[in-house]
Ligand binder design. Structure first.
Ligand SMILES: Nc1nc2c(ncn2[C@@H]2O[C@H](COP(=O)(O)OP(=O)(O)OP(=O)(O)O)[C@@H](O)[C@H]2O)c(=O)[nH]1
Ligand SMILES: [Mg+2]
Length: 286
């Protein structure tokens, strides 16, 4: 009598997104054989942008770790847990590498966006990077966005300098705090690149931080109420459809890779590179 009410389940009745957990090798093989749709472009560039500390550099490392079957760390990650300012200060294009050799993709790491007007990378920096105007290793100056007089400015970028997809990284544990000013910066970027139909994909990181079920078993990602709720919030706040949002867990303190973590990352990466390649093909046919 009067026993405790059952705790509401944290699980949905069934997986809401069909996801094949066994497709890792197939995805990997396909991506390792990928051919770029333009003869003059050896490698497609993809820009990885997002708020400070969202997991941009970790995502770049995780993609490489997945292909190499070991934990890699070419993009330097902030492990202090402080995140007061962007740890990444320079533009750096990281080639994706597998054990079989170099893949035809660069993931470009950039300084994080911050809510304050004169902090972090500025919308203009991000937009100019996408359009290929910024030299690799450029050091961002938040108070002074790059302009056509800067010595690191590329005035006549080639197709290889341009990015053909923007990956926007959002941490699941901060989605509900998406700041108005930060959203304004993101809106400026999204509107400008939408006009040139540059595809945009959202990577929602840190799923392990918001859902104990998922922390315990990553395969619960599409049955977890919490993750679906965070993705929906992300979709509403940013204005992107759910089909453009990929929840992942980055490698951070692991010493080995894991097939389930890998397959989530590979599926997201597969979508990113296909969208980028389609856009490259389209721009080349004009
Ligand atoms: N638990 C967990 N931690 C993560 C995940 N992704 C990144 N982190 C941690 O979040 C912190 C920030 O990660 P970074 O990759 O440096 O983030 P960033 O977006 O490159 O940050 P800035 O360069 O400062 O703009 C690090 O301590 C990472 O280990 C994730 O999926 N899960
Ligand atoms: Mg970084």
């Amino acid at each position: 009598m009067g026993g405790k009410a059952a705790k509401p389940s944290q699980e949905l009745e069934k997986e809401w997104r069909n996801f094949d957990w066994g497709q890792k090798e197939e995805l990997k093989k396909r991506l390792e054989k990928f051919s770029v749709s333009h003869p003059n472009v050896k490698c497609i560039k993809i820009l990885v942008a997002g708020q400070i500390g969202a997991g941009k550099s970790s995502f770049i490392n995780s993609v490489n770790s997945t292909f190499q079957g070991r934990i890699t760390s070419a993009a330097v990650v902030d492990s202090s847990g402080v995140c007061s300012h962007s740890f990444t200060q320079q533009l750096k294009a990281h080639q994706v590498r597998s054990v079989k050799g170099d893949l035809p993709f660069y993931l470009t790491d950039i300084m994080g966006l911050e809510p304050e007007a004169l902090a972090g990378s500025q919308p203009e920096d991000v937009i100019k990077t996408i359009y290929g105007h910024v030299k690799d290793e450029y050091k961002f100056k938040p108070e002074d966005p790059i302009n056509d007089k800067s010595q690191d400015y590329i005035s006549d970028p080639s197709l290889s300098d341009k990015a053909f997809c923007m990956v926007y990284v959002v941490a699941a544990d901060t989605v509900q705090y998406m700041n108005e000013q930060l959203n304004e910066k993101l809106k400026i970027i999204r509107h400008r690149i939408r006009d040139s139909r540059i595809p945009q994909v959202i990577i929602m990181t840190k799923v392990d931080e918001v859902c104990p079920l998922v922390k315990e078993d990553i395969r619960k990602i599409y049955i977890s109420k919490k993750i679906k709720e965070k993705m929906q919030l992300c979709s509403d706040n940013i204005g992107v459809p759910m089909c453009s949002i990929f929840p992942v867990k980055n490698y951070c303190d692991e010493i080995n890779t894991d097939d389930n973590v890998d397959v989530l990352i590979l599926k997201a990466f597969d979508q990113i590179v296909n969208l980028a390649n389609d856009r490259l093909r389209e721009s080349a046919s004009k």
